[in-house]
Design a binder for this molecule. Structure first.
Ligand SMILES: Cc1cc2nc3c(=O)[nH]c(=O)nc-3n(C[C@H](O)[C@H](O)[C@H](O)COP(=O)(O)OP(=O)(O)OC[C@H]3O[C@@H](n4cnc5c(N)ncnc54)[C@H](O)[C@@H]3O)c2cc1C
Length: 397
C-alpha cells in the first residue's frame, strides 16, 4: 500500500463527468476542499459527444415520471430542488445561450465543449483540484475517513462522492467501479442493462431492415411497460431512432415490440380514399404517397400483395389487412447493440440504501452516489444530464 498523504481535502469525488464536476464545483464554492479523480485523460467526455456535439443539457418537461427507477419517487426531491432553470441561469452567468429543439429538449448554442469549460470554471472558482489519468485501485473507510488508493498515491477525506457513471460506452472509460464500491459498503445493485440503445434483429427481419437502412418513419413503438411516438430509423443491424431508443429502456429480452407506423394517419382510410379517387392507380403508388418508397416496397414484399395491383381490383378487406400490418407490426428484437452504443445504463445503486435528499449512503456516513450510477435513468432528451446536475446539487448541499 502506498503511503497515505496528510489530507488537505474535505471531500473526494470519483469521476470527472457531468455529475462529479458539477458536485465538486458546488462543494468547493460552499467552502469545502475538494479533489476530483478520474482515470480518463480528459474530463466529461460524454458531455462532449452528447446531443451531436451541442449537449442536450436538460429538458423543460423534467418530472420524476420521466425516469426509470425501482422507486419512482426517489428522484423527486433532488429534481424539485435543482431545476432546468437553475442550470440555464448558470449558463447565462457564463455567457452561454441555448435553444429548444423539440419536446422540451434544450441544447447549447455553443459547442458542448463550452458546457465542459463552464463546469471546469465552476470547479476552479471553488478551488477544486482535478487529477485526470488517475487509476483508482481501492477504497477503504476507517474511523470516519475514506482512503482512495490510486496510481498517483493515496488520498483521504471524510467524504467520498462516487460519480463514475454507468457501463455504457466502455471505450470512453465507463466502468463498474461505482457498483463495486457500493457492494463493498453493503449496498444492493439493481440489475443493470443497456438502455437508450438500438435493437438488433436476426433472420428475415434483419435482412429486411438492413435492405432499407437509412429510411426513417414516424412510429409509435410499444413495449409491455411503455410506448413512445417519435421517429424510427431502419439500420444495417435493425431499428434505431428516438422512438426505438426510448422504448429500449423498458424492453426486456424476449419481449415483442409493437410498431404502429404513421400513428397520426388512418392508413386504411387513406388507402380506401385512394381507391375511390384514383381506382386505376397501383397499390405501390398509393402506399408511396404515405411512406418512403423503399419502405413501401418492403411492406408490399412482406404482404405478398402485388405492387402493380390496381386499387380498383383490391377489396376493402385486403386494404384493411395491409393497413393492419403497418399499425400492428409486432417485431421481436434479438437483442440490443448493448453497452457498446447505449447512451445510458438502466439499474445501478439501489435507491433504498440512499437518502433521496442528499444521496448519502444509509450504511456509511459521508459516502454518496450521484449521477448515472444510481438506479435512476432518464428518458432520451436531456433528462439524464438533468439528473446528473440535480443529484450532484443535492449531494453538494
Ligand atoms: C453518445 C451519448 C450521448 C448522450 N447524449 C445525452 C444528451 O444529449 N442528453 C442527456 O441528458 N444525456 C445524454 N447522454 C447520457 C449522459 O451522457 C449521461 O447520463 C451522463 O454523462 C451521466 O453523468 P455521470 O457524471 O453520472 O457519468 P459520466 O458522465 O459517464 O462520468 C463518469 C466519469 O467517471 C469516470 N470513470 C468511470 N470509471 C472510472 C474508474 N474506474 N476510475 C476512475 N474514473 C472512472 C469516467 O472516465 C467519466 O469521466 C448521452 C450518452 C452518450 C453515451
Amino acid at each position: 500500500m502506498s503511503q497515505t498523504r496528510a489530507s488537505p481535502y474535505d471531500a473526494i469525488v470519483l469521476g470527472a463527468g457531468a455529475a462529479g464536476l458539477f458536485c465538486a464545483g458546488r462543494m468547493g464554492q460552499a467552502g469545502q476542499r475538494v479533489l476530483v479523480l478520474d482515470h480518463a485523460e480528459k474530463p466529461a467526455e460524454k458531455v462532449r459527444i452528447s446531443g451531436g456535439g451541442r449537449c442536450n443539457f436538460t429538458n423543460l418537461e423534467t418530472a420524476a415520471d420521466r425516469f426509470i427507477s425501482q422507486n419512482p419517487h426517489f428522484a423527486k426531491s433532488a429534481l424539485a430542488r435543482y431545476t432546468p432553470w437553475d442550470f440555464t441561469d448558470l449558463m447565462a452567468k457564463h455567457g452561454l445561450s441555448w435553444h429548444e429543439k423539440t419536446l422540451g429538449q434544450l441544447f447549447c448554442d455553443q459547442k458542448s465543449g463550452a458546457i465542459i469549460q463552464m463546469l471546469l470554471d465552476e470547479l476552479a472558482v471553488g478551488a477544486g483540484e482535478l487529477r485526470l489519468g488517475t487509476a483508482i485501485t481501492g477504497v477503504s473507510h476507517a474511523d470516519g475517513v475514506f482512503t482512495v488508493e490510486t496510481s498517483g498515491g493515496a488520498f483521504t477525506a471524510p467524504k467520498l462522492v462516487v460519480a463514475t457513471g454507468g457501463l455504457s460506452i466502455p471505450k470512453m472509460g465507463a466502468s463498474g467501479l461505482a457498483y463495486d464500491i457500493a457492494r463493498q459498503f453493503g449496498h444492493e445493485i439493481v440489475p443493470t442493462r443497456a438502455a437508450l440503445v438500438p435493437f438488433v434483429f436476426t433472420g428475415a427481419d434483419h435482412e429486411d431492415f438492413a435492405s432499407i437502412s437509412g429510411v426513417a418513419c414516424a412510429v409509435r413503438a410499444a413495449a409491455e411497460r411503455a410506448a413512445f411516438e417519435e421517429a424510427m430509423l431502419f439500420t444495417h443491424r435493425g431499428l434505431s431512432g428516438p422512438a426505438i431508443l426510448q422504448v429500449s429502456s423498458y424492453w426486456l429480452p424476449g419481449e415483442a415490440v409493437r410498431l404502429t407506423l404513421l400513428p397520426d394517419t388512418d392508413i386504411a382510410g387513406a388507402l380506401k380514399d385512394a381507391k375511390r379517387d384514383r381506382p386505376m392507380a397501383t397499390l405501390a403508388t398509393a402506399l408511396e404517397g404515405l411512406l418512403a418508397k423503399r419502405l413501401a416496397e418492403l411492406v408490399l414484399r412482406r404482404s405478398g400483395v402485388k405492387p402493380a395491383a390496381r386499387l380498383a381490383d383490391l377489396s376493402h378487406a385486403v386494404l384493411e389487412e395491409l393497413a393492419a400490418s403497418l399499425t400492428q407490426w409486432d417485431v421481436r428484437p434479438a437483442g440490443t447493440e448493448g453497452y457498446r452504443t447505449a447512451e445510458v445504463t438502466v439499474g445501478g445503486v439501489d435507491t433504498d440504501g440512499l437518502s433521496s435528499r442528499t444521496l448519502e449512503s444509509r450504511n456509511v456516513p459521508g459516502l454518496h452516489f450521484i449521477g448515472e450510477c444510481v438506479d435512476v435513468t432518464g428518458w432520451l432528451g436531456g433528462y439524464n444530464f438533468q439528473w446528473a446536475w440535480a443529484s450532484a446539487a443535492a449531494a453538494a448541499e
